[in-house]
Design a protein around this ligand. Structure first.
Ligand code: NDP
Ligand code: 2IT
Length: 448
């Protein structure tokens, strides 16, 4: 990967000097700067107004300690983050991730990506992301509650319904959002839409839980349709078994695909009969257990330790829905060799850059994360609208809007690919389409 434009290369050097430890952030910024070269060359006014310099520097990076006490009375201290990347087109918006691997780098790269993703939705939301290195796995509900209350005790002063609206991500689902919301309300005495992904009894939106996975399949179906194909009759592999993976599996099946494999961070299951999703939902959503339990009561299914082997399973369509960098070049080559013709990303940056190049060079249909998984945040924005109106739409109404949004994102990305001569490289096209709206709003608002 190389940046040709001298101004952008100089900017990249500055970003590298400023963020020497943020490896994933640097990879992401480099990839975006490389994609938008033709846009920057066509718009010298962006350079004059410093739009690029502003764009690569988060507006605010908040870092704080999160003390909490476990069930045995022992004290623990985790680190919390919120990165408010860009507010040119709306209040900061993006999830909170609770996973031991979370660092400032993780949150910074995700916030940067989120700005472009949120722009693609066409809705008025800026980009942000947050999280902590706290691991909810194996903790009791009370421990999770105490952690969330402590996390919000610092975070609340930085967020608000018209300022920054967090939501879920890895390790943050309905339970965590509930505890976070309760503490926000207690600290501020305000009952408003400061978080999304809320429970239906206290301001949540129907279809938000399903939205990322469903949206991924709506985007993918549109991309397949444009190439004379569909999910119908295709063999599908979905990695992960969390919120995004479960509802991607559900919608891919409803659209006629057969999902034969899913995973968690320990290993993967292969079921040639097609995944029994009710069993997965029970294991993951109710029991919070490991995916290997599935193979114990599905005689034709097998369980294999380790995550990357899932990409060696023969499939037509691959939907990575677990985490970043889960598809290496080697895994990509296996997918291609086995005849996979479509990879669409439910997770954020699941394919490494060389894996993406391999997919594009081999002529696969490739749905990049910031376009393909934007249905979750788009439906979060619909939750914000409903909260502002003090009104709720039906499941069908929200689902219809989600479908319309995902179709719109596909068309926008596809036409950017055509206009800029990117061919089947939707990664570049999504970067350009997302960037144009943000740059336009930044130009209008001046140097700020
Ligand atoms: P969940 O916590 O619900 O599920 C995450 C899944 O991925 C679990 O099966 C988990 O396994 C697995 N996983 C997590 N980390 C790793 C790892 N380091 N190695 C291997 N497997 C791992 O999260 P979500 O489903 O919400 O998020 C999945 C992805 O989708 C993330 O990249 C997230 O950023 C992205 N995303 C989420 C959206 C949302 O609305 N929730 C919206 C758009 C994107 P285990 O249980 O063993 O940890
Ligand atoms: O990565 C993402 O888009 C999310 N985790 C969802 C963010 C949101 O605000 O709904």
């Amino acid at each position: 990967m190389s940046i040709q434009n001298a101004y952008l290369q100089e900017l990249m050097n500055t970003v590298e000097k400023r963020n020497p430890n943020d490896k994933q952030f640097l990879i992401t910024v480099r990839s975006v700067l490389e994609s938008i070269e033709p846009v920057v060359e066509a718009h010298p006014e962006y350079v004059k107004m410093g739009v690029l310099e502003l764009f690569v520097e988060p507006e605010r990076v908040i870092k704080f300690r999160v003390p909490w006490v476990d069930d045995k009375g022992e004290v623990h201290v985790n680190r919390g983050y919120r990165v408010q990347s860009n507010s040119a087109i709306g209040p900061y918006k993006g999830g909170l991730r609770l996973h031991p691997s979370v660092t400032e780098d993780t949150v910074k790269f995700l916030a940067f990506e989120q700005t472009l993703k949120n722009s693609l939705t066409g809705l008025p939301i800026g980009g942000g992301k947050g999280g902590s290195d706290f691991d909810p796995k194996g903790k009791s509900d009370m421990e999770v509650m105490r952690f969330c209350q402590s996390f919000m005790t610092e975070l609340f002063r930085h967020i608000g319904p018209d300022c920054d609206v967090p939501a879920g991500d890895i390790g943050v689902g309905g339970r965590e959002i509930g505890y976070l919301y309760g503490q926000y309300k207690r600290l501020t005495a305000q009952y408003h839409g400061v978080l999304t992904g809320k429970g239906l009894s206290y301001g949540g939106s129907l279809a938000r839980k399903e939205a990322t996975g469903y949206g991924l399949c709506y985007f993918t179906e549109e991309m397949l349709k444009a190439n004379g194909k569909s999910f119908k009759g295709q063999t599908v592999v979905v990695s992960g078994s969390g919120n995004v993976a479960i509802y991607a599996c559900e919608k891919a099946t409803q659209l006629g695909g057969k999902v034969v494999a899913m995973s968690d961070s320990n290993g993967y299951i292969y079921d040639p009969d097609g995944i029994d999703l009710a069993a997965i939902k029970k294991i993951k959503e109710v029991d919070r257990a490991r995916i290997k339990v599935y193979a114990e009561n599905h005689p034709n299914a097998t369980y294999t330790e380790g995550c990357s082997g899932i990409w060696g399973i023969k499939c037509d369509i691959a939907l990575p829905c677990a985490t970043q960098n889960e598809i290496s070049l080697e895994s990509a080559q296996k997918l291609i060799a086995n005849g996979c013709f479509c990879v669409s990303e439910g997770a954020n940056m699941p394919s490494t850059m060389d894996a993406i190049d391999a997919f594009v060079n081999a002529g696969l249909l490739f749905g990049p994360a910031k376009a393909a998984n934007a249905g979750g945040v788009a439906t979060s924005a619909l939750e914000m609208s409903q909260n502002s109106m003090r009104y709720s739409w039906t499941f069908e109404e929200v689902d219809a809007k989600l479908q319309q949004i995902m179709t719109g994102i596909f068309r926008n990305v596809d036409s950017a690919a055509k206009e800029y001569g990117f061919g089947n490289n939707y990664e570049k096209a999504a970067n350009v389409a997302g960037f144009l709206k943000v740059a336009d709003a930044m130009m209008a608002q001046g140097v700020c």
